[in-house]
Design a protein around this ligand. Structure first.
Ligand SMILES: [Zn+2]
Ligand SMILES: [Zn+2]
Length: 261
C-alpha cells in the first residue's frame, strides 16, 4: 500500500524523523511513501513561517533508504491567491517527485482557528472555503494533486466537524473537480478525517463524481504528523478507490504511476 501525504520534523508541525516515519511505514506493510512537508506562508505573517528549510529537508532525507520501501520526496504547498510566483520559486528549491496543492488560508485567515468561523454559519464557512479552493485551483498550475478538498471539516474551530455534504455544495464542488479534470490534476483521499470527523476527506461520493467527470489521477495520504499515524486507514481508502477506479497513483519526478489494485 501507499501513503502519499506525511510530515516529519522538517515541517513546522511534525515531530518524528524521516527514518522513524519510514520504519513505521515498513512495519505497517506499506510499499511506498512520500514525504510532503509544508511550504505555507501566513498571509499576514502573524505566525511563524510555515515553510521548511531546504537544507534541513535535504539533510533529513538525503541517503534515506530502507530495503522493501520506496521513498519519494515531495511537498505540500499552501496555495493562495497571492503566492503564484512564490510557488514557482519554491519549486526550484530541489527536484520533487510530487507536489500536493492545499488550501489552509481563506481571506488571509487560517481556517483552523476561531477567527475564520466568527460571524459565519456552518454553511457560509464551508462555502467560502470552497470558493477559495476553486479560485486557487483555477490560478495555480504547479501542483500535481489537490490535497484534502474537505479540509474545512477537520478544522479545529469547526463547531460541527461534519463531513462536507456534497449535495449542499454540489455546484461549486463540481466546478472544482472540472478544473482538476481540465488541468489533469489529481484528487487526494486524505485519511486524517476518519478519527476527527468520521470519514475520508473527501468521501467516496466525491471520487465517484470525479470519475464521472473524467478525473483519472487519485492518491491516498494519511497526513500523519508522527510515526504512530503513518499509513492509518490507507488500506481502507485504497479499497474504495479500487472499487471506483481500479487503481491508485504514486509519483516519480512529478509523473503519475498507476498501480492496479
Ligand atoms: Zn494540509
Ligand atoms: Zn499535510
Amino acid at each position: 500500500m501507499f501513503d502519499y501525504h506525511m510530515h516529519t520534523r522538517v515541517s513546522f508541525d511534525g515531530s518524528d524523523s524521516g527514518a522513524r516515519m519510514a520504519k513505521a511505514a515498513l512495519d505497517k506493510g506499506l510499499k511506498e511513501i512520500c514525504f510532503t512537508d509544508h511550504i505555507d506562508y501566513d498571509p499576514l505573517a502573524k505566525e511563524q513561517t510555515m515553510a521548511f528549510d531546504t537544507a534541513a529537508y535535504n539533510a533529513e532525507y538525503e541517503g534515506l533508504e530502507l530495503p522493501g520501501l520506496k521513498i519519494r520526496r515531495g511537498m505540500e504547498f499552501g496555495m493562495d491567491l497571492t503566492n503564484l510566483s512564490q510557488f514557482k520559486q519554491d519549486l526550484r528549491r530541489r527536484p520533487f517527485d510530487f507536489v500536493l496543492g492545499s488550501v489552509h488560508f481563506v481571506d488571509d485567515v487560517d481556517v483552523y482557528y476561531e477567527s475564520y468561523w466568527a460571524g459565519k454559519t456552518q454553511f457560509q464557512a464551508e462555502r467560502r472555503f470552497l470558493e477559495q479552493t476553486l479560485a486557487c485551483v483555477e490560478l495555480h498550475e504547479d501542483f500535481d494533486v489537490l490535497a484534502h478538498l474537505s479540509f474545512i471539516s477537520k478544522a479545529w474551530s469547526n463547531p460541527s466537524k461534519r463531513l462536507l455534504p456534497y449535495e449542499e455544495h454540489r455546484q461549486i464542488v463540481d466546478e472544482i473537480l472540472k478544473v482538476l479534470v481540465r488541468k489533469d490534476k489529481g484528487l487526494e483521499m486524505n485519511t486524517s478525517g476518519v478519527d476527527r470527523c468520521g470519514g475520508f476527506l473527501p468521501t467516496r461520493e466525491y471520487f465517484c463524481r470525479f470519475r464521472e467527470l473524467g478525473g483519472r489521477i487519485v492518491t491516498v495520504g494519511s497526513d500523519a504528523h508522527n510515526s504512530g499515524r503513518v499509513g492509518q486507514y490507507t488500506h481502507e481508502a485504497c479499497e474504495i478507490l479500487r472499487d471506483i477506479f481500479g487503481y491508485v497513483c504514486t509519483f516519480e519526478g512529478r509523473k503519475p504511476i498507476f498501480h492496479r489494485l
